[in-house]
Write a protein of this length. Structure first.
Length: 156
């Protein structure tokens, strides 16, 4: 059974509602009951923002990289070598309250946020995610491959 609207873009009048009853078309496949849902699929990839990036994997593991703004030739690690980011944090994410949210724990600490800190990542309009650690905003990050998102220039 399928419920749809004829010319739904023109009106929401219930008189345009239609119900079709019948068998699926021959050869159409029904969803596999053994298919594994991918709750973090909307977050997988490398997201970038002004001197920082976060790579999120299918299993929820993430690595957050950032420029430390100090060169290794002048300081001990963590430090930056040329254009490579020296700062690093990592952790694990899982599905949040909605499909637009992932939550988790920072395992490898940040300078101002120790190991065990809570992290929340939420999808935002215009191909972006927003990262918050211990309720401190870390900024909007651009979707993998996006040259612009949320009104600012991303990665490359």
């Amino acid at each position: 059974m399928v419920l749809g609207y004829r010319r739904a873009w023109e009106t929401s009048d219930p008189a345009n509602a239609r119900i079709w009853i019948g068998d699926p078309a021959p050869g159409s496949r029904s969803p596999s009951l053994t298919a594994t849902p991918r709750p973090l699929a909307r977050f997988v990839g490398t997201w970038s923002w002004s001197g920082a990036s976060i790579t999120i994997k299918d299993n929820g593991a993430f690595a957050y990289r950032y420029l430390t703004m100090v060169q290794c030739s002048e300081h001990t690690p963590p430090c930056d070598t040329g254009s490579e980011m020296g700062g690093r944090a990592s952790g694990v994410l899982h599905e949040g309250r909605t499909g637009d949210e992932a939550v988790g724990t920072v395992v490898e600490a940040l300078p101002n946020d120790p190991a065990g800190s809570s992290i929340t990542i939420s999808r935002e309009p215009y191909m972006a995610i927003d990262i918050t650690i211990n309720k401190r905003g870390y900024g909007l990050f651009c979707e993998p491959g996006a040259h612009r998102c949320a009104g600012h220039v991303g990665g490359e």
